[in-house]
Write a protein that binds this ligand. Structure first.
Ligand code: GLY
Length: 361
């Protein structure tokens, strides 16, 4: 292959490369050949993505000598459930899928989470590749092997860790994405800098006046490589991977309290990062200047700094029922300076209330 991988993930359950470059979608066939993973490709996508990129991917794979079948689930978060999984099992099995075949998940986080889970559990596991089509997918969902679906009792409660055989991110696929969806991914990209890489924060600050410049390949590659490093160090989220939850303790609760309708994931996480940043400041870990720096970057990307329509008490109650509870205590990810996140289980309710009272309702 005459292009380099941007990052590699190395875990006990699999090693793989993340490719990030313009026109990377054109190389999917070549990448599959290099991986030597069978002759028949089952593409899982959604109805919206299929209209834009489905035919192109089928043609790229055909040119590389693969036979293909494609299934487009209905687009939307509400499709990430066991009923859709069942439809996909039926489709794969009726088409006589074999372990020597492979799945390609073409889409955003719903498709990669769900498609990865289907691939991981059909015939006890067939290889799969991710071709993410959103920024959030490229820098977060497609990397790290968290696959699964929602259950009526909560988000992402059914699933498995299963690593893809490769992630192929083509920033040009983002050119038609609405700006609100770009911001969704930017929250995670900024988070990667805040938790582990001060240089990335410096670079983002320099470019933040032009949001589209933040989705250039080098930013996506850098962010992907931060996530790849974390997953390689801690695949199962027992230590370092928890740092990725910066802003998520509150963010998930805001999403849940508003029925997943008002705030996109990245927007809720942005508000969550404000509260976690303020807690870090109150505990003497983050200077006022650093907190202002974080907030300036977040808001200059058009992400919110408050959610005054969401009640603080509701958020607190929801956080306490979240899966980030560990032995009855909430885990907080705080910043001990920009680029240096830590895990804390010592944030009192009073500290949370005082940090959140001007940010939540
Ligand atoms: N999205 C957080 C993680 O992959 O651990």
């Amino acid at each position: 292959m005459n292009f380099e991988s941007a990052a590699s993930v190395k875990t006990a359950s699999g090693n793989y490369d993340i490719f990030v470059h313009d026109q990377a979608i054109e190389n999917v066939g070549e990448i599959c050949r290099a991986l030597d993973i069978g002759n028949h490709a089952f593409i899982i996508t959604d109805t919206e993505i299929n209209k834009i990129f489905g035919e192109q991917l089928v043609s790229i794979l055909s040119q590389a000598g693969y036979t293909t079948k494609l299934y487009a689930i209905n687009a939307g978060e509400d499709q990430k459930n066991l009923e859709t999984v069942e439809h996909l099992y039926n489709w794969l099995l009726k088409n006589h899928v074999e372990r020597s075949d492979f799945v390609i998940c073409l889409g955003g986080g719903v498709v990669t989470d769900l498609g990865g889970y289907v691939a991981a559990t059909t015939l006890r596991g067939i290889p799969f590749l991710h071709v993410p089509t959103t920024l959030l997918g490229m820098v977060d969902a497609a990397i790290g092997g968290k696959t699964g679906v929602d259950h009526q009792l909560g988000k992402n409660l059914i699933g498995a860790f299963a690593q893809p055989a490769a992630v192929v991110s083509d920033p040009q696929l983002l050119s038609t994405l609405p700006i609100r969806q770009i911001r969704d991914g930017l929250a995670e990209l900024i988070k990667h800098g805040l938790i582990l890489d001060k240089d990335l924060v410096d670079l983002l600050e320099k470019s933040s006046s032009n949001l589209r410049s933040l989705i250039e390949p080098h930013f996506i590659a850098k962010s992907s490589s931060i996530k790849a490093g974390i997953v390689s160090a801690d695949e199962r989220e027992s230590s370092k991977r928890m740092l990725l939850n910066y802003g998520h303790t509150v963010g998930h609760a805001i999403e849940a309290c508003t029925g997943y309708q008002t705030y996109r994931h990245g927007e809720a996480v942005a508000v969550g990062m404000h509260i976690a940043g303020k807690i870090s400041h109150q505990l003497g870990l983050l200077s006022e200047e650093e907190l202002n720096r974080q907030q300036h970057l977040i808001t200059s990307c058009g992400l919110p700094s408050e959610a005054s329509d969401v009640y603080l008490d509701d958020v607190l109650k929801t956080m306490r029922s979240d899966k980030k509870m560990y032995q009855g205590t909430l885990s907080w990810i705080l910043l001990n300076g920009i680029g240096n996140a830590i895990i804390s289980r010592n944030v009192s309710e009073a500290t949370f209330r005082s940090a959140a009272e001007t940010i939540l309702g």
